[in-house]
Design a protein around this ligand. Sequence first.
Ligand SMILES: NC(=O)c1ccc[n+]([C@@H]2O[C@H](COP(=O)([O-])OP(=O)(O)OC[C@H]3O[C@@H](n4cnc5c(N)ncnc54)[C@H](OP(=O)(O)O)[C@@H]3O)[C@@H](O)[C@H]2O)c1
Length: 347
Amino acid sequence: MKPIRAALVGVGAMNRIVAGLLPEKGVEIVGAVGRSKAGQDLGEVLELGHRLGISVTTDAGAMYASARPDIALVATSSFMTGQYAVLADCARHGVNAITIGEELLHPWHTAPERTRELDALARRHGVTLAGGGFQDFFLVHQLAGMLGTMNRLDRLSGQQTFNVDDYGAEVARDQQVGAGVADFARWRQSDERPPGFGLPILAAIAAASDLTVTGTGFEIRPEVAERATPCRSLGITVGPGDLIGFTTVDTVTTEEGPVLVMELSGRIYQPGETDRFAWTASGDPDVRVVNPGVDTLRTTCTQMVNRIPDVINAAPGFVGPAGLPPLRYRARPFAEYLLERPRLAVN
Ligand SMILES: NC(=O)c1ccc[n+]([C@@H]2O[C@H](COP(=O)([O-])OP(=O)(O)OC[C@H]3O[C@@H](n4cnc5c(N)ncnc54)[C@H](OP(=O)(O)O)[C@@H]3O)[C@@H](O)[C@H]2O)c1
């Protein structure tokens, strides 16, 4: 049985972990796309301690045409603005893709037109483009499953934190680390500000629960350094009074009645601070999940990797976790989980 062939798109913190997971699953890395690391050997860029004989390229299209990957594993940026061209390129070259870009988890509400375009492009070329990452099980499938234990849901409410410095520079830039409060206030009001990470999560939970979104709300507040705070990923020290991140509160109302709310704080932690993950569903009966001990970083990457067979097997189009089966543990090489029937493009 031939191994699955994968390309890494983005050669930063997340895909470094992903690259270490793939060999155990019988998945071969056949190409890599980067920006500033272009021309370097992938093994050296990912600090694997050995060369891989794969040169990081900026020309994704040429690499797809020559290396013919079955799937691209995309860990570049968070929002549709940065991801559209990357995913469209995959589709046009007949390459399936899974991305951990936060908006791409369920972008139908924040970027409906672009999502429809990607969906149509994927169908036309007979591939699947998927959103995934940490949210896949821990937020979408776990919480939707929890709601499935209830007789009546009135309100789902979650509080989560993450340490910006567990990730690469992309996340620190997203969270406005180092900005002054006045700059942040301007950015908050401007068209440049992308959607928060919370709405795609709540919309995905709604989709997985057959709830129809009728309205959304959004608040954002700065998290400010009380003392000089180093940011490892940006290589800077944030001065007192400047931003170490921000907190958002997203709200979704639904036609069926339940209200979904998520407070998400992404900031540089102070020593001793740990992740918060607490979700409460009120109704009949009340139910709650508190899960402070999850290795967010590694489970982001394991979930992207473990989705490989599901994405290749899925019908063509754009899909998020709500449209995929629950994740399964898979002990055998992933090629053994591929369905044999040919996938047909829808139009
Ligand atoms: N959903 C989740 O669970 C989850 C969890 C963690 C992270 N994320 C997201 O995943 C993304 C990657 O995170 P990370 O920590 O790995 O970030 P990172 O360390 O900053 O790495 C990002 C990499 O992507 C490259 N890149 C950016 N845009 C590109 C493009 N258009 N074409 C090719 N390469 C491009 C960057 O190149 P340069 O080195 O030249 O900048 C860098 O190598 C972030 O947006 C983050 O928010 C999602």
